[in-house]
Design a protein around this ligand. Structure first.
Ligand SMILES: C[S@@+](CC[C@H](N)C(=O)[O-])C[C@H]1O[C@@H](n2cnc3c(N)ncnc32)[C@H](O)[C@@H]1O
Length: 271
């Protein structure tokens, strides 16, 4: 059974508004590998678990055709409603049953989604749909996150982490794959040529509202909200208030840098 955590229309809308695209360092890591393996430029990239298209968009510049796929109808509706390059399209389907012919895909990507998949079945699908010499790039941001703003970065990060710790009490069991830096996902891939990079750091420009919105967009927060709506709402309100006080500002539009660590699993199917 697939784990479906991103089905609600409200959740998908919050997700589209607040989830960020892969930062420059992650993009650079992936594109360098694909160039090294001569996997770009190419015809077709498929972004699996694409959400509302956060990672799908930058692929548009490197492939003739990009297809974002997701099991959630609501996420795909949000993706379709977001402006993008004309060579990008979207479809609803599970990662474990991709509607592509054998050997027809040049590159398969997945951003912050593979831990939700049934790993063995997804690995088999990757092996099936990729052409010989085709590549995978499977990444996630980890829970190693910090905030930077002037000289209050440490205090701000502490406020963020305290809130984050409360939210993480409602985490799905699948988060263990993220905590393990995608080791199990790396091991599930059947390719002999593969590597796992665990120290990719990207500073993401955000605002106070964006950081609070990011926390709201997580599946753990959505579970918390279903269990105890009043406590969940008040946690985010209180956190925003504390962040503003720590920074000595009043506007939730105040910029703040969100430093995230990514893990990326890269692999190439033998010829
Ligand atoms: C955390 S979101 C990541 C979305 C986007 N890739 C990003 O970078 O923000 C995880 C996505 O994986 C999708 N998903 C979960 N299980 C799936 C499955 N078995 N097959 C396809 N998509 C799945 C969810 O619907 C959700 O949109």
């Amino acid at each position: 059974m697939a784990t479906q955590m991103f089905e609600g229309r409200g959740h998908a809308a919050v997700y589209q508004k607040y989830r960020f695209a892969p930062g420059k360092e992650l993009q650079h890591t992936i594109l360098s590998y694909l160039r090294e393996k001569k996997a770009i430029p190419a015809e077709l990239a498929v972004d699996v678990g694409c959400g509302s298209g956060q990672g799908t968009h930058f692929l548009g510049e490197h492939f003739k055709k990009v297809v974002g796929t997701d099991i959630s109808e609501a996420q795909i509706q949000e993706a379709k409603a977001t402006p993008c390059m004309p060579n990008i399209s979207y479809l609803v389907c599970p990662a474990e049953e991709l509607p592509f012919q054998d050997g027809s895909v040049d590159v398969l990507t997945s951003f912050t989604a593979a831990h939700w998949f049934q790993l063995e079945r997804f690995a088999r699908e990757a092996q099936r749909v990729l052409r010989p010499g085709g590549c995978v790039a499977i990444s996630t941001y980890t829970l190693d996150m910090s905030l930077r703003h002037g000289d209050c970065s440490q205090q701000l990060t502490r406020v963020f982490r305290e809130c984050w710790d409360e939210i993480l009490k409602y985490s799905n069991d699948k988060v263990k794959f993220v905590l393990d830096d995608y080791k199990a996902i790396f091991e599930s891939l059947p390719f002999p040529d593969k590597k796992r990079i665990t120290d990719i750091y990207d500073p993401i420009p955000m605002t106070v509202e964006g950081v609070v919105g990011y926390m709201e967009s997580t599946s753990s927060y959505q579970t918390f909200k279903k269990n105890d709506p009043a406590a969940a709402t008040s946690l985010l309100q209180e956190t925003e208030k504390r962040m503003l006080e720590t920074m000595g500002v009043s506007s939730r539009e105040t910029p703040v840098e969100f430093l995230v660590r990514h893990v990326c699993v890269l692999g190439c199917k033998g010829c």
